[in-house]
Ligand binder design. Structure first.
Ligand code: SAH
Length: 213
């Protein structure tokens, strides 16, 4: 159930669903998703479905992890420094860490962050920095970022995330309450010039303000 063969079947399904980037498929094929779940659910880790991680939050479906990563790879001028809003289990963080230079990830629920930190350490991923904070404000001290990914949905795109995008940077974010759309926002130059593309309907947990211990 946690074997390489099971992961290869997941990669095959992602290919059939239209994920085409070889690097993304390779990283997903080599990242143990079962360690990002509590033991009682780990046997379901390679199903292409979102799964609960406690505190009312979910580990995103592999398809959406692959899709958002692929979008950033295709759209951002570089992935030297990436910000993730919503560390959750740390699975998306782990995938990004194997593709980007440096990953900064913010989570508002402390126990989720603590677990994610242990898992990322277990995988030996050292290019990740985690912060317990409201990621709606980004991580100003670490920015600007070449790419930003939000795995929680705000009603409207937080202006702080836009201002922390580097020139040529890309932000991928689900937006809306109820029905959400995945948006790709590009910062064209140094000036405040942004272009927005709406990509597909998605379902994420809401971006909430403040933090919990
Ligand atoms: N990438 C995660 C997805 C977890 S679900 C994974 O693969 O497991 C989204 C996460 O966003 C939740 O853990 C939730 O607590 C977090 N979140 C919601 N609002 C947030 C905010 N304002 N700042 C930081 N994290 C937030």
């Amino acid at each position: 159930m946690t074997s390489q063969r099971t992961r290869e079947r997941l990669v095959q399904r992602l290919l059939e669903q239209g994920i085409a980037d070889a690097q993304v498929l390779d990283v997903i094929g080599n990242t143990p998703r079962h360690i990002f779940l509590d033991e009682a659910l780990s046997h379901r880790a390679y199903e292409d479905t979102a799964l609960p991680i406690g505190y009312g939050q979910t580990l995103s479906q592999p398809y959406i992890v692959a899709r958002m990563t692929e979008i950033l790879l295709g759209a951002a001028a570089s992935l030297d420094k990436v910000l993730e809003v919503g560390t959750g289990s740390g699975y998306q963080t782990a995938v990004l860490a194997q593709i980007a230079g440096q990953v900064c990830s913010v989570e508002r629920i402390k126990p989720l962050q603590d677990k994610a930190r242990q898992r990322l350490r277990r995988l030996g991923l050292r290019n990740v920095q985690l912060r317990h904070a409201d990621g709606g404000f980004g991580w100003p001290e670490m920015g600007p970022f070449n790419a930003i990914i939000s795995t929680a949905a705000p009603r409207e795109v937080p202006p702080e995330l836009l201002s922390q995008l580097a020139a040529g940077g890309a932000l991928v974010i689900p937006v809306g309450s109820g029905t959400q759309q995945l948006q790709l926002i590009l910062r064209e130059g140094d000036a405040d010039e942004f272009s927005t593309q709406t990509l597909e309907a998605v379902k994420f947990v809401p971006l909430l303000s403040g933090t919990t211990r």
